[in-house]
Design a protein around this ligand. Structure first.
Ligand code: AMP
Length: 209
């Protein structure tokens, strides 16, 4: 199954994708995770995108599309995928349609107030990318990832100024994808306001699983 997870930053796409992988048995491909690994490795890609990402802006379409295109030809993605954080612009969606046929697009819907609450307390594992929250989902040991023991930290782009910028970018460039995919008959709406388990159930129901 080829799925796209759409929704504003903080809708919980990353956390839900990790759960959904167990249900649909396809790899979770997050452009944000790929970019952050490149930054940590200080690769040429990482050096190119660091300032853009820290400021809450979008990496250019050409770089991002090429990255996803290369990832989707790998063996594990032949049976399907969950794309999390891609596409984020109409240009990316049009390019994707040229090299892969998506089955469904899950739109995780949440108002801005919920987004701010989640993002301002979010923490991430530097090693495996698992998401935590200082109030709703604390790691068992402070600063240490439950699943891999990696360091849990606050993303540079989860600071207030960058959060505001990311929401603005989402509204201007990514939200139009909702109608883009609705018109193609691919969109399923999922209420992302409740806790993780309930949202996973809403997602299962919406997909008919
Ligand atoms: P995420 O982890 O999905 O919130 O992504 C973190 C950051 O990576 C975004 O704020 C962008 O700067 C960059 N990024 C991730 N995916 C994309 C994309 N599809 N297009 C452009 N930039 C992206």
């Amino acid at each position: 199954m080829k799925l796209i997870f759409l929704g504003p930053p903080g809708a919980g796409k990353g956390t839900l994708a990790v759960k959904a992988v167990d249900l649909v048995k396809v790899p979770h491909i997050s452009t944000g995770v790929i970019f952050r690994s490149a930054i940590a490795a200080q690769s040429p890609l990482g050096l190119k995108v660091k300032a853009i990402i820290d400021g809450g802006r979008l990496v250019d379409d050409e770089t991002t599309i090429e990255l996803v295109k290369e990832r989707l030809v790998q063996t594990d993605a032949q049976k399907g995928y969950i794309l999390d954080g891609f596409p984020r612009t109409i240009g990316q969606a049009e390019a994707l349609a040229g090299f892969s046929a998506v089955d469904k697009v899950a739109n995780f819907d949440i108002p801005d107030s919920g987004v701010l609450e989640r993002l301002s307390g979010r923490q991430v594992c530097r090693k495996c990318g698992a998401n935590y929250h200082i109030v709703f989902n604390k790691p068992v040991k402070e600063g240490v990832c439950n699943s891999c023991g990696g360091e849990v930290y606050v993303r540079e782009d989860d600071r207030e100024e960058a959060i505001r910028k990311r929401l603005e970018v989402y509204r201007e460039q990514t939200a139009p994808l909702i109608e883009f995919y609705r018109k193609k008959g691919l969109l399923i709406d999922v209420d992302a306001r409740p806790g993780v388990e309930e949202v996973v159930n809403n997602f299962k129901k919406a997909l008919g699983l």
